[in-house]
Design a protein around this ligand. Structure first.
Ligand code: G3P
Ligand code: CA
Length: 238
């Protein structure tokens, strides 16, 4: 079972920064989960929200900043003074720094402005064919379909919040056609959902776990990976 550090070890350091990724690697997580978007000048940067306001000292939309402008922002102080000076990373820098140590669960953020993100991420990943492993995921089925059509050899995941504790037939058909994993909000997971996914050849991740008891319960349910802010909460014996 994989331990997946959500936005890095974001329970210990500012999300989606090198500080959070370093801790995830130190804690021996199997994957770093991170969120990517395009800048105004077409670079792939690692940040969750479509605006910079919550996690930096700037204001406005990521899509309206050039890379240079974005990297002048402080992405650490909002979390704690000791993280002052953390920057919004380029995806390429993150891949370079960790690709031989840890896998990546790369989330394409489906904001309307992100036209071309699928192609740009696939092109970049093709330069890192020696990486341990990477999976590309999105809440947007359309985005994953576009990505899968362009890069069918790269594993993909659909992020989902299934209603009524089950998948519909059409959901399963669509997921199977474009993805290898379903990444499900842990509060919506049950054993039936997991076994249904497994029967259809889909592996199951659970997001986002922030306490040990929940992690233990999910491990007992035989999920294939847990996305967590605290990678050290996941027992490696499970
Ligand atoms: O891996 C799934 C999880 O990251 C989805 O939620 O909002 O943290 O991107 P969010
Ligand atoms: Ca994410």
């Amino acid at each position: 079972m994989y331990t997946i550090a959500h936005r890095g070890a974001s329970g210990n350091a500012p999300e989606n920064t090198f500080a959070a990724f370093d801790i995830a690697a130190e804690l021996n997580a199997d994957f770093i989960e991170l969120d990517v978007q395009l800048t105004k000048d077409g670079h792939i940067v690692v940040i969750h929200d479509d605006r910079v306001d919550r996690t930096t000292d700037g204001s406005g939309f990521v899509k309206d900043y050039t890379l240079k402008q974005l990297q002048s922002l402080d992405a650490g102080s909002w979390y704690g003074a000791e993280f002052k000076g953390e920057r919004i990373p380029l995806l390429e820098e993150v891949l370079k720094r960790y690709h031989s140590k840890i896998g990546f669960l790369i989330e394409l953020k489906g904001h309307a402005s992100q036209v071309g993100l699928e192609k740009a991420v696939g092109q970049l990943l093709s330069k890192f064919s020696f990486s341990i492993y990477h999976i590309v995921q999105s809440f947007s089925l359309k985005s994953i379909q576009i990505f899968h059509d362009m890069y069918p050899s790269v594993p993909t995941a659909i992020i989902a919040r299934p209603s009524f504790g089950m998948f519909s037939k059409s959901q399963l058909t669509a997921y199977k056609s474009a993805a290898n994993y379903v990444n499900i909000k842990y509060t919506r997971l049950n054993r039936f959902l997991i076994s249904t996914a497994h029967r259809h050849g889909l592996k199951v991740f659970a997001w986002t776990v922030r306490n040990k008891k929940t992690a233990e319960k999910l491990q007992m349910m035989a999920v294939d990976g847990i996305v967590t802010d605290f990678p050290d909460f996941i027992s490696k014996d499970g």
